[in-house]
Design a protein around this ligand. Sequence first.
Ligand code: FPP
Length: 255
Amino acid sequence: MNDFPDLSLDPERMPRHVAIVMDGNGRWATRRGLARLEGHRRGKDSVRAVVDAARELGIPYLTLFAFSSENWQRPSSEVRFLMQLLHRYLITETKRMMKRDIRLIALGDCSRLPAQVQKALRETVECTAGNRAMTVALAVSYSGRQEIVRAARRLAAEVASGGMRPEDIDEFAVASRLDTAGLPDPDLLIRTSGELRISNFFLFQLSYTELYFTETLWPDFREREFLAALSAYQRRERRFGSVDTAARPPLRVAN
Ligand code: FPP
């Protein structure tokens, strides 16, 4: 931990789950007169830096919003580049994840990804499945609304087949049919680049999440900025709708 600036983080009050909307790659590049793709390339280095920092800090769950369902509408050359970047990331990072005891899981409609990306994703997920120190959830081709629709369809099918009654459907039943089943709800959501939006991300899961927005563009978001976000989180008072500062969230989705 010696490389990190002292932001007086309390190890007892670390978030269990941090989710990040990685935004601003394009602006980072255009401000430098570079092609947007260069911003994505640099953004990949921030992914590595933040995963390493989270692992070192003992944060057990980290979700990275890497590609939204809406991102398919971007120019095909940019989509192709992002898919190549993701493919290369999976190939190169699997070894590092094994060394660091990191498990990778995927959220979203992965069936839309190119076949070779699906294959690499499947292989990394399988290879790292037994790792326990940290879970990195990669949200790719992800849409919060579509995820809720998929969960609703699953529940409807279970009711139609007689496996469950409508009155059995509660928050836990919905949560356990989302892509994030088994993960705790995020304690902290970080969005970079100054945009103050949720953008169809984790619509069910963010109910009691602390939100942190920073002007820093994703390619510039490294350990120092991550620690600043965690420090801001630790200064928040979480009451979950109660007056009691020791209150717990009304729904803990996971283990
Ligand atoms: C948003 O910036 C970023 C993306 C749509 C892609 C995120 C991808 C990476 C961080 C790099 C690769 C990731 C992995 C996991 C290998 P933007 O292009 O919307 O930026 P802008 O709003 O400035 O245009």
